[in-house]
Design a protein around this ligand. Structure first.
Ligand SMILES: Cc1cc2nc3c(=O)[nH]c(=O)nc-3n(C[C@H](O)[C@H](O)[C@H](O)COP(=O)(O)OP(=O)(O)OC[C@H]3O[C@@H](n4cnc5c(N)ncnc54)[C@H](O)[C@@H]3O)c2cc1C
Length: 373
């Protein structure tokens, strides 16, 4: 029988696997790290369908954020105070975990603040957030230890706004550096990552799990963690939907008139400075149905709106050109909480990070690994 692998390859990479993690995004890599810390002698393999991670972790905007006022007030109208503020706490703790693990210099963490912009056509939203600002500050004091929100002046040159509220504890990271540092750290722990392996199914056989792939056949492991986020439905029957997010970046500008991370129109749009460029994404709310997809292509509807807002609201007085665009796929569901739980006897799922995986990914990966202790 012809094997795709030599004796050495089989022995080194595919034999006696204690854990296979499917997906090499921020959650999968953190799950692998934490499992290996608890079981140093176990063999851990991460398999990834892409040449690089190909979901959200290398595609995102790099906001180290944990909640804007309108988002929290909107959440409070649907969920209890306890639920809403414990989610904020999770994001805050997750960011601390990520920063501690990798180091601020390695991920280029910059504490430039997170600003929520309120559009001129909806001044009442701004007014209601201002009315509730002291309440939000009081409620979050226990978690953050300080007042976080304050009114900000529009010293950035934005147009068509009714106001800006600043969260001075939010920051930004270099997503590429974060994932590169994380990947190096994983390899240093003796964990293998194999790319270009698309998993087509999983069979939990009770005393082991078979991970089915086209390229390398069936892989066998004691346990499996599925960390495929927006793609999870192709492997598991769970409540996770893909949500495409489209992003563009400008060519280098002479000077970017602002620094920091900005949420616009209830967070459906987001932009930031990066080097001497502006990164701008969002617009999923223009057509939720079409954006409920894993197709990694942009659409004229969203791209045209991003370009229009860039010209009329964000960079009205600054000549700029678009350099290129890309898309990433998030995993969302009926609630904002991540889904970390046993799926079957030997399979754990850790998916549904929504738009907050940079913040919570490290913590969710850790929780997934702890379910195997
Ligand atoms: C454009 C964009 C902007 C964002 N901005 C921010 C932000 O500023 N701040 C923030 O906190 N969050 C942000 N997010 C969300 C954040 O990036 C995600 O929540 C987070 O990266 C999810 O990490 P993950 O590891 O769960 O999933 P992913 O990073 O998607 O990882 C899943 C991996 O599984 C792989 N995979 C899928 N199916 C298979 C299979 N069958 N076999 C093998 N491999 C498979 C995929 O290729 C992928 O690499 C943004 C997301 C996007 C798309």
């Amino acid at each position: 029988m012809l094997s795709p692998f030599s004796y050495w390859e089989n022995n080194t990479y595919f034999t006696n696997l204690d854990l296979i993690v499917i997906g090499s995004g921020i959650v999968g890599l953190n799950a692998a790290i934490n499992y290996k810390k608890a079981h140093p002698l176990h063999n851990v393999l991460v398999v990834e369908r892409g040449m690089l991670p190909n979901g959200a972790s290398t595609k995102n905007a790099g906001f180290a954020c944990f909640g804007s006022p309108s988002e929290l007030l909107d959440d409070l109208s649907n969920y209890s105070e306890q639920e809403v503020f414990s989610l904020v706490e999770k994001r805050w703790k997750g960011l601390s975990e990520l920063r501690q693990l990798l180091g601020d210099a390695n991920i280029d963490f910059q504490n430039n603040g997170g600003m929520e912009l309120f559009t001129a056509d909806n001044p009442s939203l701004y007014e209601s957030c201002l009315d509730q600002l002291s309440y939000l500050n009081r409620s979050l004091q226990n978690i953050i230890g300080n007042d976080i929100y304050s009114i900000d002046q529009n010293s950035y040159g934005f147009q068509n706004l009714s106001g800006i509220i600043k969260n001075r504890f939010e920051g930004q990271i270099d997503t590429g550096k974060m994932m590169l540092t994380l990947t190096r750290y994983v390899r240093e722990q003796g964990i293998h990552i194999l790319n270009n392996i698309q998993v087509s199914g999983i069979t939990d056989e009770s005393d082991h799990v078979l991970v089915h792939t086209e390229s390398v056949g069936d892989l066998r492991a004691g346990k499996v963690i599925v960390a495929t986020n927006g793609f999870a439905k192709s492997l598991l029957h769970i409540d996770v939907e893909p949500a495409r997010a489209q992003v563009l970046i400008t060519k280098p500008l002479e000077k970017v008139p602002f620094q920091g991370t900005f949420h616009y129109d209830k967070g459906y749009y987001y932009f930031r400075n990066i080097h001497n460029r502006v990164l701008f994404g969002g617009g999923r709310n223009l057509d939720f149905k079409t954006e409920n997809t894993t197709d990694m292509v942009t659409t004229p509807l969203v791209m045209n709106e991003l370009e229009r807002l860039l010209k009329t609201v964000i960079l009205p007085g600054t000549p700029h050109e678009i350099d290129y665009s890309w898309v990433g796929i998030m995993g969302v569901g009926n609630t904002k909480t991540a889904l970390v739980k046993p799926y079957s006897e030997n399979v754990i799922c850790a998916v549904r990070m929504g738009g907050m995986g940079v913040a919570i990914g490290a913590l969710i990966g850790k929780e997934a690994a702890e379910l195997l202790n």
